[in-house]
Design a protein around this ligand. Structure first.
Ligand SMILES: O=C(O)CCC(=O)C(=O)O
Length: 275
């Protein structure tokens, strides 16, 4: 399969910082991944976290592909890597990591407003996330929402941990705290979509985004974010990234590449072009 020509979706992503791609995930992948997610939820890994401080289950985990072959197959061999390369206008797409976010009915905890790149030991413009929902999702059950054009403002904000245990991990970050996004809708215009399983959201590394809680009584919100890097991305293990979280230091192998080197090595494998 060849990466498709850049089109309207690429232009929308570059303009707005986020775009919806309808029908990107075939139904058989949705079914396989739903089963794989249930397996993860019933046997939480050492890197997993429970973010629900108020009520309901808000479950997170990352680098699932390293130990679960179905997650690895999805991140490396589904249509996702070609989509990532196309949308980054990149010859290559490397898997950076995958991250599971499950908001069960009644989990009212918000996903805080943030940009991804400040959390990551990466520098570059060709860095994006594909957010893949496995349930129908909208504002009532926690669809990811974006601040339109926020990747082009030249502003970078300090990461904040989603859970209480890791609040200290980002203290060394050099960036200022994020302003109150909800307080100023004119300065921070919102962008969001209603999605069916098969649709995906794609956002760039500096786009401000967050998600409401799942306020429904009976609609799950299972989603996997897969992060890919392109040709221009380099390894930047500066202080105050998620590499400083205790669960990452203890459980994820070192990248084994030098600061400033192109992303690569076994921790960040080539996903596109495929084999
Ligand atoms: O699914 C969520 O609630 C958060 C997703 C997110 O922040 C991300 O994919 O970067």
């Amino acid at each position: 399969m060849q990466a498709m020509e850049a089109g309207a979706e690429v232009e929308a992503l570059e303009r707005d910082g986020a775009v919806v791609v309808r029908g990107a995930v075939p139904p058989d992948w949705i079914a396989r991944m739903r089963d794989a997610i249930e397996g993860e939820l019933s046997a939480p890994s050492a890197t997993s976290a429970e973010y629900g401080r108020v009520a309901g289950r808000f479950y997170g985990d990352f680098f699932l592909w390293l130990r679960n072959p179905i997650f690895a197959d999805f991140a490396l061999n589904s249509p996702m890597p070609a989509l990532a390369a196309q949308l980054m206008r990149s010859r290559t797409a490397r898997l950076f990591y995958d991250q599971l976010f499950v908001k069960e009915p009644g989990s009212v905890e918000r996903t805080p407003w943030h940009q991804d790149l400040p959390y990551w030991p990466v520098t570059g413009r060709q860095v994006l996330s594909i957010w893949v929902p496995f349930d129908a999702v909208g504002p009532d059950n926690g669809v990811v929402t974006y601040v339109r054009g926020s990747h082009r403002r030249g502003e970078t904000y300090r990461p904040q941990a989603f859970d209480a245990a890791n609040q200290g991990a980002f203290a060394a970050s050099a960036y200022p705290p994020i302003p109150d996004i909800d307080a100023d809708p004119e300065r921070f215009p919102m962008l969001s979509w209603e999605l069916e399983p098969g649709d995906v959201l794609v956002h760039l590394g500096l786009t401000i985004h967050g998600a409401p809680g799942n306020r429904t009584a009976d609609r799950r919100r299972r989603a996997l974010a897969i992060r890919y890097t392109g040709d221009d991305a380099t390894y930047d293990p500066r202080p105050g990234t998620f590499m400083d979280m205790a669960s990452v230091r203890a459980n994820i192998p070192p990248a084994g590449i030098a600061a400033g080197a192109p992303m690569g090595g076994p921790l960040f494998p080539l996903a596109w072009p495929q084999g």
